[in-house]
Design a protein around this ligand. Sequence first.
Ligand code: FE
Length: 349
Amino acid sequence: MKLFPTSNIWLKAVLAGLLLGTSLIGEAVAQEKVLNLYTARHYATDEAFYTGYTKATGIKINRIEGGEDALFERIKAEGANSPADVFLTVDVARLWRAEQAGTFAPVKSATLTKRIPAHYRDTDNKWFGFSARARVLAYDKGKVKPTELARYEDLANSRWKGQICTRSSSHPYNLSLISSMIIHLGQEKATEWARGVAANLARPPRGGDTDQLRAVGVGECSIAISNHYYYVRIMRSEKPEDRSLVEKVKLVWPNQGDRGTHVNISGGGMLQHAPNRDAAIKFLEYLASDAAQTLFANGNNEWPTVPGVKLANPELESFGKFKTDSLPLANLGKTQAAAQRIADQVGWK
Ligand code: FE
């Protein structure tokens, strides 16, 4: 191809078209396969699996990053004209909401149904979980014995009055946790539990999970509710204040003696109006591959959802194996509204 010393495929097509007296532009466009990805993930490490996908398939990724809710609103607003093929986001509540809004198309893929356990995906295979996160309890080891905090139920014990820090109840992470309490305990007991938690708060909810962990670190509260990866992020930090936080604040994986710890997912699905459906399915299948699973999960210090995939994350692996709540995650979506009603009713802001 000395004749066309450029790597620009468009220019090549135009030049070739002029020489041959025919237009090859249409063909050139058809040959350049793309995947339009809308993602609420924003980890520098994710770059590796985007590159990996392009390498494996020859399909280029056009990526648009944004906030979880902003991207969802954008997809809805774009409707049938949306160029988006795949939407990646976090928390099953958001995946469920997107599914309910008719955002996702079902995906038929033996690879995905074989590799991703059923409780980590939608029953109609409209979304798939690619990494798992645990909602854990962090405690000040000088003030709390882990045995006193072995279950989520223990958070409602009046002995913790004025000692618990948590983010707002209306955040999907807490709504999903409250939902799991509704499913396991029933509406009435879950309401009682939430009332107990609200009565034990050290301060009105504000900030994200990291802020709650830091509040335990500075002694503003003795217990925090947090997703595990915020703690692992601090574990992996070299900053002196983070080193001392990790020394002082430890984690409990709740309900190991019974139903297991509440887990949630980060995941995604193919969109209803996806223009590049083959590329979309290939991308979802790629995310379930061993190599991508390690990268995807490690990017945010999470666990792969595909069983048996190796981690390369000593801090995360230091926790060892634990029992997870095997509740089908899709069920958590259905109880979100009830969870919010309970939180409002008991004054958990
Ligand atoms: Fe998060």
